[in-house]
Design a protein around this ligand. Structure first.
Ligand code: GNR
Ligand code: NI
Length: 174
């Protein structure tokens, strides 16, 4: 197991469109394990492969309080959308910022599960929001893209400034 480094906005590799997973093998299972470790440690409720610089269509999620309902979606495609809901979203690649985003309330997704079986699942509530947020990452899209240009620029500038301070702190400790 290994904790992976999460790319942060505005890293250009967060904009890469991920390629379909072609083979589900031991290396992929290792990546899935590492993604869960990274997500639970953060902590977050979802993580897309793009965020850990692995540009394949793979996401993990777990919105349970006990971290015991892990989801793995490989090559996910939304085949139905219904309703609209607004949720305050955050992102591990945009640390410290939370903004309202409107998404479908319910989505039906076709994907390969861990075993490589093609399945369809309907998602509601926070898990629905999370799956849509992660699928956006696989297309190089971030929740800040739904905000105004002015808000996005403000977040980008503040994150850069904060990172500068954080790197000084690290230097002082070492
Ligand atoms: O941990 C996360 N919380 C969250 C809250 C509301 C909407 C979406 C999310 S996903 C986020 C983790 C993350 O950045 N996944 O890409
Ligand atoms: Ni995110």
């Amino acid at each position: 197991m290994a904790k992976l480094k999460i790319l942060e906005f505005p890293h250009p590799r967060l904009r890469i469109r991920a390629k379909p997973v072609e083979t589900i093998n031991e290396a992929l299972y290792q990546k899935i394990e590492d993604m869960f470790e990274t997500m639970y440690d953060a902590p977050g409720i979802g993580l897309a492969a793009t965020q850990v610089d692995f540009h394949y269509r793979l996401l993990v999620a777990d919105v349970s309080a006990e971290n015991n309902e892990p989801w793995v979606l490989i090559n996910p495609v939304i085949i139905e959308k219904e309703g609209l809901e607004v949720t305050e979203e955050g992102c591990l690649s945009v640390p410290g910022y939370f903004e309202e985003v409107e998404r479908a309330e319910h989505v039906k997704v076709s994907y390969l599960d861990r075993a490589g079986e093609q399945v369809q699942t309907g998602f509601d509530g926070l898990l629905s929001v999370c799956v849509q947020h992660e699928m956006d990452h696989l297309d190089g899209k971030l929740f800040v893209d739904y905000l105004s240009e002015a808000k996005r620029q403000r977040i980008r500038k503040r994150l850069k400034k904060n990172r500068r301070h954080r790197s000084h702190e690290t230097a002082a400790i070492l």
